[in-house]
Design a protein around this ligand. Structure first.
Ligand SMILES: [Zn+2]
Length: 969
């Protein structure tokens, strides 16, 4: 090898001086491992060509070993040359990882390992080494002599910079086993200036990639380079994050973004953002402004949204369009969904990537950097008529303020006469303009940010020339550097804070923050944090949260209200709830409730019976009480207990006590049960086929047992097999449950159950329905399960209209709410707003007592029919006497069917937010089988001709495509 004349067949004349060669000098290898080692890691790698013959015969191997033995050993020994040592904290003495070790005159840094150790290979000579680490004073050791043989040991002891971010003049301590003169940067606080970027040239994609990777590598403690995906031509859509905790959303810390080069031939933004990366990285830890900004803000910089277009554009292009669009020739700034105009162009990969990015991060403020003019353009970018007129957003004042924060720092922009040669008449006072008042841009990114996310974005035109000459780049940095920083600082304006759950202090995701008189709510992020940009002033701010609450792992516990007047109180209507998924491993109930919701929604205004039910009943559906367990559950596993408990390992059906500990339980108790306005609750579970009624805890007597049993039997009797009482589940094939109904404690006794709590504290009867032996049946079973349970589920909706419903008022007709109605000396309900009450009772004669503050208790009897509600009107005579003497009580008992209620033609409204894909799939699978399982069903319990509900519950929807779950975007 050392002769340098390999004489390999085919290349007989090839020679290498001393048997070595620079790789590229020999021939170009792109993507080689050796360079990667050197550039991206601390390792020096060489590539050895050992023989002309790639795969020599075995007989030659011994000779090869002899040829290379000494060389291989010698190479290993070389790992010890140069300088080695440790970098330590001068206070604690602990090793410092990831410190950068640089050698003056050699543009290649290495970093320290886990224990602060480093090995810098060097040939003999004299060197100056500098060690830099964020949060510490940089330290240089001069005149380190490196000799042949083992490395010179030099340890660095770095002084932390705790208070002052400006380098002070106190001497740092260095220890070195060789000649070492401790030194520190010569600058003093008075003469201190931030370091300005030096890399001013046009970065084509490979150069940009190298630039980004270099900074991500060198400043790994404050950077994270990531990609949003790929452009049409498969270029990475890079984003550089700069933060003191890269990769982490710090609760309360706002997130900011700059996007450059959306139009490929508008390149100034791209270069400015690279400059900005350099500026932030190099000044972090030394410049107060930069350090404060990076510590208090999570900054995301996307130098190029359209890297393909950039490669097509030409330096010097002033007003051209070559390279403006992406590779599919679509203008990305006309590619976003618009509030006024239907955008018909296909949404481009770059657009999709950026949209999902914006949905994933809690961005507060953003700017989209363009070229071709010199102005800050703020929403809205278009208006309904497509005219060039001022199109005001609700946050016009905020947008003007943030736009000005940029233009003010760019003196040329602030003058407002951007491109005198090109557009002599154009004038933007103070260098800002409303987008639409300039010209209409439908499908722009800026408005989409504002309308679809919490982020406020403006569009900044950086100069009249779209692709200026390279020599002008330093001028652009100079003109915009203050603006770029000042604009970022605006992310800290206005109001910020947290929305927390009052019961346990946990942050609430997706709560709404509204500012009075500004029609633009923002929402909270995962830890309940929010930011609301506002101009100085006094505001009234309201926070509100949807859903019942969140699970231990912050999943929403959704409740779906189905009513002709959702969100409006209708106390005269009975209220029923369906709850499923208390055991996450049994999502069979969840799927049935979603099917029920779909059935009701799709048949509203199509099937008269469904329409009447929805019009007259308040239906609340909670499909998944334990979403964390549901996510852990094993699909198609009929017996697995995985996911039965919540994420804290608690069986939620044992947590319904006065000191409930789990967030899921508390959500149900506080938002449903304690409201005490439900007349009936049906809980769905899995693992058998039967219905249980209260109590689950062992008790001697059950109040109102006949009613509870009646409700349970009603469900079982409307089910094709449940009432036969033989679930025949595997392992329990000999079970015999009379009528398919059992008291909870007799079947599986336990404390802290939901239905016991509902009966005791919610004054609401609850039954638990076990709909299938299998906890988690496959999708193929869902249609038949729905068919089996549909009639039973609907019978509950009909049943809630029976029993006794009444009205309590005083003699003047004023309704009395919060009166106590006691039935059969046991069950108690309170009258609701409007004086209404509703109690389910088994058919027969029942005693009724009414108690209200300031009135004398009264009692009477009521006869409950099997097929219709009994109405009761209680009129109290006001008690004028101080201690309350008996007064006449008028109790009108009517055996008539429900008095006619005014039918209001209202549009059904569903919270269509329950649309996790898994659920959605379940639905679609279910709906494909409509024809097979649909048949005519007449409700047995509504046999009376007089009943307004005696209609067939036929599914009137005709198309498979019709679904409420299709999303807009
Ligand atoms: Zn543009």
């Amino acid at each position: 090898m050392k002769t340098g004349e390999p004489h390999c067949p085919g290349d007989e004349d090839e020679t290498f001086k001393d048997g070595i060669t620079n790789g590229a000098h020999w021939y170009d290898v792109e993507g080689g491992m050796q360079d990667y080692n050197y550039v991206w890691a601390n390792c020096f790698e060489i590539t050895l060509e050992l023989s002309c013959c790639k795969y020599p015969p075995a007989s030659q191997l011994q000779q090869e070993w002899e040829n290379n033995r000494e060389s291989l050993i010698t190479l290993i020994e070389k790992v010890h040359i140069g300088v080695k040592g440790f970098v330590k904290d001068s206070v604690t003495g602990s090793g410092l990882e990831n410190a950068t070790v640089s050698v003056a005159g050699i543009n290649h840094n290495i970093t320290t390992g886990r224990f602060g150790d480093f090995h810098r290979l060097l040939v003999p000579g004299t060197y100056n080494l500098t060690v830099v680490l964020t949060g510490y004073m940089p330290l240089t050791v001069y005149n380190i002599v490196v000799k042949e043989g083992p490395a010179t040991q030099v340890d660095f002891s770095l002084r932390p910079t705790v208070t002052s971010l400006i380098p002070d003049t106190t001497e740092a301590v260095a220890t070195a086993s060789t000649v070492a003169i401790p030194n520190i940067p010569s600058e003093t606080s008075s003469s201190y200036q931030p370091i300005q970027p030096k890399d001013f040239h046009h970065h084509h994609f490979p150069d940009m990639e190298i630039f980004l990777r270099r900074f991500a590598n060198e400043y790994s403690n404050i950077t994270r380079l990531y990609s949003l995906g790929k452009s049409v031509e498969s270029r990475e859509l890079y984003v550089m994050e700069i933060s003191d905790n890269p990769g982490v959303h710090e609760p309360g810390e706002p997130e900011f973004k700059y996007i450059g080069n959306m139009h490929g031939n508008e390149v100034v933004g791209r270069e400015l953002l690279l400059n900005l990366i350099e500026y932030l990285c190099k000044n972090f830890g030394t410049d107060t402004e930069v350090t404060d900004l990076v510590r208090s803000t999570r900054i995301h910089l996307m130098p190029s949204m359209n890297p393909d277009g950039y490669e097509k554009s030409q330096e010097g292009d002033s007003i051209g369009v070559t390279g403006r669009n992406n590779s599919n020739n679509f203008d990305l700034n006309r590619n976003f969904p618009d509030q006024f105009v239907q955008i018909t162009d296909p949404t481009q990969p770059e657009t999709i990537a950026v949209m999902s990015w914006m949905k994933a991060y809690p961005f507060v403020l953003s700017a989209n950097l363009h070229g071709g003019s010199l102005v800050v353009n703020y929403p809205f970018d278009d208006d309904e008529q497509g005219l060039a007129t001022y199109s005001k957003s609700p946050d016009d004042a905020v947008f003007q303020q943030i736009a000005l924060s940029y233009s003010k720092e760019n003196s040329q922009m602030y003058q407002g006469r951007p491109c005198k040669n090109m557009y002599p008449n154009e004038y933007f006072p103070h260098g800002i303009t409303n987008g639409a008042s300039w010209y209409n841009v439908p499908g722009g990114m800026q408005d989409w940010n504002y309308l679809q996310t919490n982020c406020f974005e403006v569009t900044i035109e950086l100069g009249c020339v779209k692709y200026p000459l390279e020599k002008d780049l330093p001028k652009f940095w100079e003109q915009n550097r203050r603006s770029l920083i000042q604009f970022m600082k605006q992310v800290h304006q206005g109001v910020k804070g947290f929305v927390l759950d009052a019961t346990d202090g946990r942050g609430i995701l997706n709560a709404t923050i509204s500012v009075a008189e500004i029609n633009h709510p923002v929402t909270t992020y995962k830890t309940g944090d929010y930011w609301r940009l506002l101009v100085p002033g006094t505001y009234k701010i309201t926070a509100s949260a949807r859903g019942l609450g969140q699970s231990a792992e912050y999943r929403h516990i959704w409740s779906l209200e189905i009513s002709n007047k959702p969100n409006i109180s209708e106390p005269e209507e009975p209220k029923i709830r369906f709850v499923a998924g208390i055991h996450g491993n049994a999502p069979v109930g969840t799927e049935l409730l979603l099917a029920l919701a779909e059935f009701l929604c799709l048949n509203y205004k199509k099937n008269p019976a469904v329409t009447q039910l929805v019009d007259r009943t308040r239906i609340v559906i909670v499909p998944s009480l334990n979403p964390d367990g549901r996510e852990r559950a094993q699909e198609k596993d009929c017996t697995s207990k995985t996911g039965q408990t919540n994420a804290h390992g608690k069986d939620l059906d044992t947590d319904f006590t006065s000191n409930a500990s789990q967030p899921e339980t508390k959500a149900i108790i506080e938002n449903l049960i304690q409201k005490q306005d439900f007349s009936l609750s049906v809980a769905l579970d899995g693992g058998s086929v039967l219905v249980t009624y209260p109590y689950d805890k062992p008790v001697q007597t059950v109040e109102n047992k006949e009613t509870l049993k009646h409700l349970a039997s009603l469900y079982a009797n409307n089910h094709p097999s449940m009432h036969m009482g033989q679930p025949s589940c595997p392992n329990k094939s000999d079970e015999n449950i009379p009528g398919g109904v059992m008291r909870g404690a007799e079947w599986h006794s336990h404390l802290g159950s939901m239905k016991d709590y509902s009966v005791t504290y919610g004054h609401c009867p609850e039954i638990t329905v076990y709909t299938s032996c299998c906890y988690f049946p496959g999708a193929a079973q869902l249609p038949s399960l729905w068919a089996e349970n549909k009639r039973s589920l609907l019978s509950m909706l009909v049943e809630v209209h029976k029993g006794v419903h009444g009205l309590v008022k005083d003699k003047t007709g004023k309704p009395i709410s919060k009166a106590v109605i006691v039935l059969n000396e046991g069950i108690k309900v309170h009258t609701k707003e409007g004086g209404y009450f509703h109690i389910l009772l088994a058919p027969g004669v029942h005693n009724i007592n009414a108690i209200a503050d300031g009135y004398q208790q009264q009692h009477s009897q009521v006869f409950v029919h099997h097929d219709a509600a009994s109405s009761v009107v209680i009129v109290f005579d006001a008690d004028n006497r101080i201690f309350g003497l008996p007064r006449e009580l008028v109790v009108t008992v009517s055996g008539a069917t429900m008095s006619a209620l005014i039918l209001t033609a209202c549009i059904i409204w569903c919270i269509c937010s329950i649309k996790s894909n898994r659920h959605k799939d379940g639905f679609h699978r279910l709906r494909q089988h409509h024809d097979e399982y649909e048949d005519e069903i007449r409700m047995m319990s509504t046999g009376s001709k007089k009943s307004l509900l005696s209609h067939e519950f036929q599914d009137e929807t005709d198309t498979e495509e019709e679904t409420l779950y299709s999303s807009k975007h």
